[in-house]
Design a protein around this ligand. Structure first.
Ligand SMILES: Cc1cc2nc3c(=O)[nH]c(=O)nc-3n(C[C@H](O)[C@H](O)[C@H](O)COP(=O)(O)OP(=O)(O)OC[C@H]3O[C@@H](n4cnc5c(N)ncnc54)[C@H](O)[C@@H]3O)c2cc1C
Length: 381
């Protein structure tokens, strides 16, 4: 067993840290306040090889492993989780194309994602279907000749209003007795007639990241847009969730680390009762707890990622990483805000933003409760 990252992995993490620290701080407050983003930042990150890192070299990506992706996500999130998501989740769903797509689909969709020319998103959640995707999904794709006709709506879709391609979870076989064989994943180019995206405003956090509600009114796509076999959608969705839950856990670790770093700076400077806050034991305990929990979370993330890179997807370990890191991050950001006192309550202090940003890691890609159900089901069956 070797806990040391390779030299190449350390270099990747250092390059990500330098890029984030150089580019994000000047824009983070503005993006958060205005709920906006500057696409030139995404392009710059793509030019440096930070986008679609898992895309194999023959399809234009650097072909890195899951562990490298996690290292980059942690470094970006430690500086600003919203910008991290806007940049790194621009390839969300390309994992499905790479694993289940045809050669033609891989050549069409993957190179522009890796180069930053195009953005992808994945649409599962609906106004009435979130945690219970298998039973409650209502968006349908009905075959008519050489085309599928899509009708329905999707909710909370990251990149929904900026993506060129959205890979969508749709019902294709509603009467199948096996509810896990009723769905398919189908690619929708967002310039198709009948497709509409409405950018959602007023999010609590990660406000640099676009989240949208989608409407599909008789959207026609060729049958060649089906990614994977018809009826295989649930399996493809689980493949994506298992990979991206590790990424969200890395995001949570980075967010918590950002909060710890801010806190250390603050408590060494701020004086109360004639001494720096850092001299008080209750402050020291908070710093020590945060460090310990972050380290524990990172270990879970790295093990889950390392196992994926070694060829094993362990849903129970991945769910443990996601549920622990989400809760840990929310708790750490709460403690960081507490150590900042009234200043932490102000928008101009980064810990306020991190406190708001952390919460999403308990919600998307499977809520904390759903992750716990996965762990328990695996242990108790
Ligand atoms: C900013 C943002 C970005 C997102 N991006 C995307 C995206 O790109 N693509 C996408 O498809 N979706 C996306 N989502 C949606 C997200 O994945 C869902 O919100 C999430 O899965 C929860 O679904 P829900 O909101 O319908 O909550 P619900 O499923 O209604 O759950 C509500 C509460 O009930 C709990 N609950 C539900 N079922 C159970 C149960 N069986 N046992 C115990 N507790 C239960 C949940 O844990 C939760 O606490 C995004 C959401 C947000 C906020």
């Amino acid at each position: 067993m070797d806990f040391e990252l390779s030299k190449e992995q350390k270099d990747i993490a250092m390059a990500a840290k330098e890029f984030a620290e150089g580019e994000f701080p000047d824009r983070a407050e503005e993006f958060d306040r205005d709920e906006t983003f500057d696409e030139s930042l995404h392009k710059k990150a793509a030019e440096l090889g930070f986008v679609g890192t898992f895309i194999e070299e023959e399809y234009g990506g650097p072909g890195m492993g899951m562990l490298e992706y996690c290292l980059i996500f942690e470094e970006f999130s430690a500086v600003d989780p919203g910008i991290a998501v806007a940049i790194l989740i621009s390839s969300y769903g390309a994992e499905i194309v790479q694993e289940f797509g045809t050669e033609e689909q891989k050549r069409r969709y993957l190179p522009p994602i890796a180069s930053g020319e195009a953005i992808m998103g994945s649409a599962f959640t609906e106004p009435d279907a979130g945690s219970d995707l298998a039973s409650a999904t209502g968006t349908t794709a009905v075959r008519e000749g050489d085309e599928y006709v899509i009708n329905g709506s999707k909710m909370f879709i990251t990149n929904g209003d900026r993506a060129n391609y959205l890979i969508c979870f749709v019902v294709t076989d509603p009467d199948n007795a096996n509810r896990h064989r009723r769905h398919s994943m189908i690619m929708v180019e967002t310039d198709r007639e009948g497709f509409e995206a409405s950018h959602l405003i007023g999010k609590l956090g990660i406000r640099a990241s676009d989240t949208a509600e989608l409407a599909f009114n008789n959207v026609r796509v060729p049958c060649s847009n089906m990614v994977g076999d018809p009826g295989n959608g649930f399996i493809e969705a689980m493949h994506l969730f298992n990979l991206d839950r590790i990424i969200v856990a890395a995001q949570a670790v980075g967010t918590a680390r950002g909060a710890l770093e801010e806190s250390i700076r603050h408590v060494k400077k701020r004086v109360a009762f004639g001494a720096p806050l850092s001299s008080f034991q209750s402050i020291q305990f908070k710093i020590a707890d945060m460090f310990t929990w972050i380290q524990a979370g990172r270990s879970l993330v790295h093990e889950a990622a390392w196992r994926v890179d070694a060829g094993t997807i362990d849903p129970k370990l991945i769910a443990a990483a996601k549920s622990f890191c989400g809760q840990m991050s929310v708790r750490c950001c709460d403690m960081a805000l507490q150590m900042h006192g009234g200043y932490g309550y102000l928008a101009e202090y980064k810990v306020q933003r991190l406190f708001r940003d952390a919460k999403i890691t308990e919600i998307y890609e499977g809520t904390t409760e759903i992750e716990k159900l996965i762990i328990a089901r695996n242990l108790l069956r």
